[in-house]
Design a protein around this ligand. Structure first.
Ligand code: FAD
Ligand code: SF4
Length: 511
């Protein structure tokens, strides 16, 4: 009985127990297709890095004596549809059993189960051996609770996995959370390190993409793709981050600047999400590094980094599996606007948006606060349909896979889930953006004005957002101050804000 073991494009874990030794009646199948969905245009860097990483693993497996069948994106028999490709692969190898690792994508999970039932194929399902948690761990942890809050889950994870605890099982440094010490504006006081140079030559893959007429967005130098495509490169990226950036990670975690697109971030999300590297080893290696470098790296920096991986990343995974498939259609505010055209070009007078979008198109990357408090903030204030917002985030970022994209976008950023992920909508006017960045100086708009010809659009849209969604938000304790401030505002001021916001909403594409 022959088994075809399918390796999805985000399951490139070379350490998986499947690969311990070659098995004579097993063939591994890879198929290059746009990640997860054909309906979204992906960034060209994401397509290249994904396929390059798949090819590298396939080569590694062949060299280790495994039998591998690889479908390149432009192979004549690649029909760019999972089911059809599986039938082709199984027929070619006369396989009667299909092995697959639990997909992280809800639709793929259902599709593979259905495929096995319809084709009367025996399924061999394995764990991906990647995450700290199982799919349902978060749901079990919060059973009976009304709201899912990340903090208790994160502390539970720290205790369960003995992460940054002292001998008395208390948090190292005396606190679970060092946010108060972190999150400063970057004013040039510390030099931003350069990124590790990887320069993977993906020219052949780029030619194959074009031959197969795969549409994409963004730009790339295909001869020098900077994302890690092997485990060895992912480990080097981690070491480079530890040596150059960890010491300032937490401090400048939320800072934004026109002088650098990466600041002190790790750039590990792609390597993590396609499973070149495991979250446990990132966390363990970071803590070991910190133990040896306590003179230069404080606990606040380390805790800030560990929280993202042990806390937020696993939390989002749990939310996804607890709420899909309904989550994908949530639209709490009933927003309907299409996405303004400048999300695809960066051609806007709003300097913050111009910078974050242009950078996303050229690097396939923006860090968390750019995604949350610039592009996401604006989309929510402008009332863009969450489907359009999701499609943009899913396409443009190197690390975007639905389980972690949709929970961050529809949930944390757009509050379209009505408060499952976030306890309040993450919106702000120009004040916050100015506090954390150098975007506002030199902007066409005036950050201090709420109305008037050059008033910053974020300002009037911010107040208007709360005014128009009063019914849905006024009982939320976390935003009660906003409503008190609106009540104190003279009615002429309120009217001027509403008029300004209405003008901007009617002219969104021209801002
Ligand atoms: P660092 O800042 O160095 O953080 C280290 C690691 O922590 C990241 O590599 C990532 O694995 C993890 N992490 C940090 N924040 C989060 C988070 N909120 N959720 C899950 N993991 C987190 N992250 C994705 O991996 N894929 C996405 O599609 C994605 N979409 C997002 C959409 C929006 C609207 C927002 C606000 C955030 C999104 N994020 C997403 C989370 C975060 O922005 C990225 O993980 C981070 O910017 C990746 O860059 P980095 O590796 O340099 O991260
Ligand atoms: Fe963005 Fe407004 Fe600041 Fe301009 S003034 S950079 S639009 S926040």
């Amino acid at each position: 009985m022959k088994t075809l073991r399918l390796i999805l494009s985000d399951q490139l874990n070379s350490q998986h127990s499947w690969f311990q030794r070659p098995v004579s009646d097993v063939v591994y199948g890879f198929m290059e297709m746009p990640p997860e969905t054909n309906t979204v245009k992906h960034h060209v860097q994401k397509l290249l890095a994904t396929f390059a990483a798949m090819r590298a693993l396939a080569t590694q497996l062949r060299q280790a004596g495994h039998s591998v069948e690889y479908m390149a994106i432009d192979a004549p028999h690649n029909q760019h549809q999972l089911d059809k490709n599986l039938v082709w692969l199984m027929n070619k190898h006369q396989a009667t059993r299909l092995g697959y690792m639990l997909p992280d994508n809800y639709q793929l999970d259902t599709q593979l189960q259905t495929f096995c039932e319809h084709h009367s194929v025996e399924a061999e399902v394995a764990d991906t051996e990647h995450f700290y948690t199982t799919r349902l761990a978060l749901q079990q942890f919060f059973q009976g609770k009304k709201q899912l809050v990340m903090e208790p889950f994160y502390r539970h994870m720290r205790r369960k996995h003995q992460i940054l605890l002292d001998e008395d099982s208390k948090p190292v440094g005396g606190q679970w959370n060092f946010d108060q010490e972190n999150r400063k504006k970057w004013r040039g006081e510390v030099a931003i390190p350069s990124l590790l140079r990887l320069q993977n030559n993906c020219s052949d893959i780029k030619k194959a993409l074009d031959r197969a007429n795969i549409p994409y967005i963004g730009t790339v130098d295909a001869r020098a793709v900077q994302w890690p495509i092997t485990r060895a490169q992912a480990l080097r990226t981690l070491q480079h981050f530890l040596a150059t950036s960890l010491a300032h990670f937490g401090t400048y975690q939320d800072a934004m600047t026109t002088q650098s697109w990466h600041l002190f971030h790790s750039h590990l999300s792609f390597a993590l999400n396609v499973k070149l590297i495991a979250p446990q080893e990132v966390v363990d290696t970071t803590i070991t590094y910190w133990h040896k470098h306590q003179a230069t790296v404080t606990i606040a920096q380390v805790e800030g980094f560990v929280r993202q991986i042990v806390g937020w990343r696993e939390f989002m995974r749990g939310v996804y599996w607890a709420y899909m498939p309904d989550y994908a259609t949530e639209n709490y505010f009933g927003h309907t606007h299409p996405l303004p055209q400048y999300y695809w070009t960066g051609d806007t007078k709003m300097r913050c948006m111009q910078h974050a979008i242009t950078q996303s198109l050229s690097q396939a990357y923006a860090h968390h606060i750019q995604r949350l408090m610039v592009t996401g903030n604006f989309a929510l204030l402008a009332g863009i349909h969450p489907d359009a917002v999701d499609a943009w985030y899913l396409g443009i970022y190197i690390d975007a896979l639905q389980w972690v994209e949709i929970t961050n976008t529809r949930g944390m950023s757009q509050f379209a889930d009505g408060g499952i992920v976030a306890t309040k909508p993450y919106v702000s006017g120009a004040n916050y953006i100015h506090k954390m960045s150098d975007y506002c100086s030199g902007c066409y708009y005036d950050r201090k004005q709420r109305h008037g010809e050059r008033a910053c659009p974020f300002n009037s849209l911010y107040w208007h957002f709360f005014m128009r969604h009063r019914d849905l938000l006024q009982h939320n304790q976390r935003v009660s101050l906003v409503y008190r401030l609106i009540e104190k505002m003279p009615s002429a001021e309120q009217k001027a804000i509403v008029k300004q916001a209405a003008h901007y909403l009617a002219n969104l594409d021209k801002l």
